[in-house]
Design a protein around this ligand. Structure first.
Ligand code: PSU
Ligand code: MN
Length: 304
């Protein structure tokens, strides 16, 4: 049964049994979202921030076919060093990685699935996948959105990168009944910048208010996830014009090289990092740390 696949770290299992706050973390951001070694350093700092704020971190991945909920620092180092050699694993890929007893880096979608299997309700990451620009032609819509429609986990993120079509991403989420909360913001943050041209569904100004909405949603049996969009701290945000130019450039290169499917997002993330000479990486690290803190606060309020 499920127990033979699922490997919950003892510390995480104990916290869940005791009803203590736990925050899930994804691993594709480690393997495909950042280079080594800042990826490992960041992953470990994120875990520490969650602890400092009074919750237990659970970094999620698949290792030798086991669904790992909570990893040791050595396991995080192993995964981060392997980087792009680890298979990016979304919902469709999970059974194949497990059957092969291989390693898999979990995306937002698959991290939500494993978190939900373990009973974790709050998850912190950088950015979610979404509807790509030109999706009208390519049909490239991240499985993250469908997962948000179906799986009861709240995802704290810095909004959606403008490698995506933010407007279409919001339309898709609306259709699927996924609420988009802005934490202390009226517009959906665009990852590197605090603002976009699009409004969030609900602005909430405290972790307590957010936890109350989550409790109401799930106690009533309204299935599905929630997007909690937390703007990057002002001092770390990048210039909007600069980053937009970089993204347009990266998109053109992607088209030219014929890159599509699951390779698209990692390609764009890498190009953006190259073209900003590491500025985007620094911003990415800061916003993830910021999201981890908010996620811990929400998990604590939710556990009350
Ligand atoms: N967006 C980011 N950083 C990331 C990702 C997305 O700003 O690291 C990763 C996440 O793991 C997300 C995945 O779930 O990419 C989405 O990939 P795709 O678009 O192929 O579904
Ligand atoms: Mn895609």
């Amino acid at each position: 049964m499920l127990a033979q696949y699922l490997d919950i770290k003892p510390e995480v299992a104990a916290a869940l049994t005791a009803g203590e706050p736990v925050v899930a973390l994804e691993s594709t951001i480690i393997t495909h979202g950042m280079p080594y070694p800042p990826n490992v350093e960041t992953a470990l700092r994120v875990e520490q921030i969650i602890r400092d704020h009074g919750a237990i971190p659970a970094t999620i991945a698949i290792l030798k076919g086991k669904l790992k909920v909570g990893m040791t620092p050595l396991e995080v180092e192993y995964l981060g060093k392997a980087g792009l050699d680890v298979i990016k694993t979304s919902r469709r890929d999970i059974p194949f990685i497990v059957a092969k007893q291989a390693d898999g880096a979990t995306t937002v979608a698959s991290t939500m699935i494993l978190a939900s299997m373990a009973g974790i309700k709050v998850f912190a990451t950088g950015g979610i996948g979404g509807v790509h620009r030109d999706a009208q032609q390519t049909f490239d819509i991240s499985a993250d959105l469908q997962e948000l429609a179906n799986t009861d986990v709240a995802v704290v993120c810095a909004g959606a990168k403008s490698i995506l079509d933010i407007g279409l991403t919001l339309e898709y989420l609306e259709t699927q009944g996924v609420p988009v909360i802005g934490y202390q913001t009226d517009t959906l943050p665009a990852f590197y910048t605090r603002e976009s041209d699009f409004s969030v569904d609900y602005r909430l100004d405290s972790a307590e208010q957010i936890a109350a909405a989550l409790t109401a949603k799930w106690q009533m049996g309204l299935k599905g996830g929630v997007v909690i969009a937390n703007p990057i701290p002002a001092m770390h945000q990048l210039d909007r014009g600069m980053i937009d130019d970089v993204i347009v450039d990266a998109l053109a290169q992607m088209k030219q090289q014929g890159i599509s499917g699951k390779a698209s997002t990692p390609f764009l993330l890498t190009k953006v990092a190259e073209k900003t000479h590491g500025k985007s990486l620094k911003a990415n690290i800061e916003l993830v740390l910021n999201n981890a803190k908010l996620a811990a606060e929400i998990a604590i309020e939710y556990a009350k």
